[in-house]
Design a protein around this ligand. Structure first.
Ligand SMILES: *Cc1c(COP(=O)(O)O)cnc(C)c1O
Length: 362
């Protein structure tokens, strides 16, 4: 018996998606981005499904430590670096690479003598205005880092694209030009591209690429699905009907009586809600698959349940399977209905949702 709400992971798809990265960037080393609990898929599950990547990237030090404690030997890059001397100690102990993006970090480095050395990625801010040094400060910073005994050389170099998911936006080429121009004559490996950069901008491929969302089979481009890009989604979100009932014209459904029944129909109650990570803002009409066939969401999403209109399958019964997204229903489509991006849907799946490896179902 499966739990009420569960995800099924097709982990074989990870290698297929990785191959797509290799096809797009045949000469680049691959840093698989598995922050945010592997985009909600499970940090260790995804790490173990991608043993053959050149590195993993996580956002935070504790994510890197979890990987090391689980025995992961690949290079691991911590994208947010560190903010304290204690965090730097942890990076050294667990041999995690750090992003260097702030003057505070430089001061911490300067105060250290080198017992162990740390590999670093110097981040250049080319317009994202999130982390990184401005081009005008770059050479002074590079000089200072080069003089720190704690730093392994050569220093690697990174920037992050702000608008690569929009193929019309001139921002990406501007960022690439600023990055390449600023780093002229500097040794060290370079990395620019996220998934949208890998799939859309050959100019952004450098020594290393940093695919995230595409490894999970999801499109970084609005209005496109992963399948259209030749990717295979890994994660499906599933539940089941727990009640089926007739509903009369004029009756209302759910909180705030937000949906009014205009034609008598059959209502299905599904055990999934925002407490599982199903988006609270999914609009009326958002499709779900009941017994593999589409049925529209009606009424508001509540914490543990949603309601769907079963007019096309009045014979459906409690216990019947429901897919919220997955095979036959792209997470990208659900994201559109909910006014969000697919990243937030997969990252938002909560702890109570059980994870099932598809190989267990065979
Ligand atoms: C999250 C992240 C990525 C991966 O982005 P996707 O759009 O998921 O491919 C790459 N680089 C950095 C710095 C990131 O924060």
């Amino acid at each position: 018996m499966t739990p009420a709400a569960y995800t099924v992971l097709k982990l074989d798809a990870a290698q297929h998606n990785l191959q797509k990265v290799r096809d797009c960037a045949p000469h680049a080393k691959i840093m698989a981005v598995i922050k945010g609990n592997g985009y909600g898929h499970g940090l260790l599950r995804i790490a173990e499904a991608l043993p053959n990547v050149d590195a993993f990237a996580v956002a935070r030090v504790d994510e890197g430590i979890r990987l090391r404690k689980a025995g992961i030997k690949n290079k691991i890059v911590v994208l947010e670096g560190f903010t304290s001397s204690q965090e730097l100690d942890a990076l050294l102990i667990y041999q995690l690479d750090a992003l260097v993006h702030s003057f505070t970090q430089l001061d911490i480095f300067a105060s250290r003598t080198a017992r162990a050395q740390i590999a670093v990625w110097l981040k250049l801010d080319t317009g994202m205005n999130r982390l990184g040094f401005k081009a005008k400060d770059f050479h002074a910073v590079y000089q200072r880092l080069n003089e720190c005994p704690i730093i392994k050389r050569p220093i690697s170099l990174m920037t992050h694209l702000a608008s690569a998911d929009d193929k019309q936006d001139p921002m990406t080429l501007k960022q690439v030009a600023l990055f390449n121009g600023t780093l002229q004559g500097i040794a060290g490996e370079r990395s620019i591209a996220n998934s949208a950069g890998i799939l859309g901008w050959a100019e952004a491929l450098a020594d290393w690429v940093r695919p995230g969302i595409m490894l999970y089979g999801i499109s970084p481009f609005p209005g496109m699905t992963g399948e259209q890009l030749g990717l295979k989604p890994i994660l499906g979100l599933h539940s089941r009907l727990i009640a089926v009932k007739p509903i009369e014209k004029g009756e209302t459904v759910g909180y705030a009586c937000a949906w009014v029944c205009e034609n008598p129909t059959t209502l299905g109650v599904v055990a999934i809600g925002y407490g599982d990570g199903y988006p609270r803002h999914a609009k009326v009409g958002t499709p779900v698959l009941v017994n593999g066939k589409r049925a529209p969401l009606v009424g508001r999403v509540s914490m543990d349940m949603i309601t769907v209109d079963l007019k096309t399958q009045p014979d459906a019964k409690p216990g019947d399977p429901v897919t919220l997204w997955g095979e036959g229903l792209a997470v990208e489509e659900i994201a559109q209905w909910a006014g969000t991006i697919p990243y937030t849907l997969v990252c938002g799946i909560t702890q109570r949702v059980r994870q099932i490896d598809s190989s267990w179902l065979k």
